[in-house]
Design a protein around this ligand. Sequence first.
Ligand SMILES: Cc1cc2nc3c(=O)[nH]c(=O)nc-3n(C[C@H](O)[C@H](O)[C@H](O)COP(=O)(O)OP(=O)(O)OC[C@H]3O[C@@H](n4cnc5c(N)ncnc54)[C@H](O)[C@@H]3O)c2cc1C
Length: 407
Amino acid sequence: MADFSLELNEDQLQIQKWVHDFAENVIRPVAHEWDEREETPWPVIEEAAKVGLYSLDFVTNAFMDPTGITFPLVMEEMCWGDAGITLAIFGTTLGVSGILGNGTPEQIAEWIPQCFGTPDDIHIASFAVSEPDAGSDVSNLRTRAVYDEATDEWVLNGTKTWITNGGIDKVPNVHVIVASVEPELKSRGHASFVVPPGTPGLSMGQKFKKHGIRASHTAEVVLSDCRIPGSCLLGGKEKLDERLARAREGKRTRTQAAMSTFEASRPLVGAQALGIARAAYEYSLDYAKERQAFGRPIIDNQAIAFKLADMKMEIDAARLLVWRATWMARNGKEFTSGEGSMSKLKAGEVAVKATEEAIQILGGYGYVREYPVERWHRDAKIYTIFEGTSEIQRLVVARAISGIHVR
Ligand SMILES: Cc1cc2nc3c(=O)[nH]c(=O)nc-3n(C[C@H](O)[C@H](O)[C@H](O)COP(=O)(O)OP(=O)(O)OC[C@H]3O[C@@H](n4cnc5c(N)ncnc54)[C@H](O)[C@@H]3O)c2cc1C
């Protein structure tokens, strides 16, 4: 087990600088353009793959760091560059988490490399659980998976919505789909499936135009008699049958398919929000020292300086929660008080508040597209919504600390 330390080691400092340089030199200069275009920034993904940032090796090494702190460092620096582009590059890790959280060792070895491909043959992945009538209420999934014993295939039908990277077919795309095998069992009757790239019956529905993170693709995924081999059921049939049998008898089951993925990824999503918050804080601090009003820099006014003091304090507090959660997760410590949810909740709300204060500090300049803070404000908002809304995170924490099924 790694001791918890706030002192970054040599490796972490080097990685942090390397990613920061990429964010500063490759991402920031094109962030405004891709936000306006509302398209996946393929050239930036290609560059990330070329330098080894978008690769199985890099993600594995960052993830395997025993302190648990390297991956959040990477996410923070990337989103300091731009959150939409970061999600376009690292949205794939959601699908990867779905495979890692539910797959057998053989399935993990088979599918995770296919989520990344190589610099000359880029692949991506997506994780699809949300549906039009099942966002926070994951138990209400309508997408059905039916086993066809004659062909040893699963047949998927349904519509997924709000899916990051969903339905993209420009490059091979590994979709991880959470579907209901036994609807009467609600979320205990769910299972996760890999849909290999190019499988007939999976297509993209509507692509959404969004408020923020506009370089990240968000769309519906339509499954229409989509047939996949039996081996694409993550965890395998035997395990699923055992789990369903236990659920039918009313016994406890280990985890729910979607929930185990979200638990692992929430603190990293919090780290992304931190990157946006820090960008807004640094920018508005510099601005407040330069901008003159009434013959003196606006930071001379407590009204402005105190905002910046609060922003810095809140960002540091959120980072401590994120690092605690990733350290706990990496070192096998159980979240007993919803520590993963707490970190994402705090960081998401800090990002919204910090970017709003940054607009206030810039005044009219904060409100126009020539300056980046209005984009950061739009980008920050998603962090109180996806991967569980702020209300749902509070529910998780409240239930964990009380032992009561608070509603
Ligand atoms: C840009 C974007 C990308 C996304 N990417 C993905 C993805 O890759 N994969 C994926 O599966 N999903 C993805 N999502 C879906 C996202 O996780 C859901 O939007 C989110 O979980 C909320 O669900 P909903 O939109 O249906 O809102 P609802 O669940 O309808 O919630 C509406 C409001 O009611 C509140 N609410 C609901 N239930 C309760 C309760 N019990 N107590 C208190 N308040 C409650 C919510 O907090 C919210 O404020 C994405 C969404 C967006 C916008």
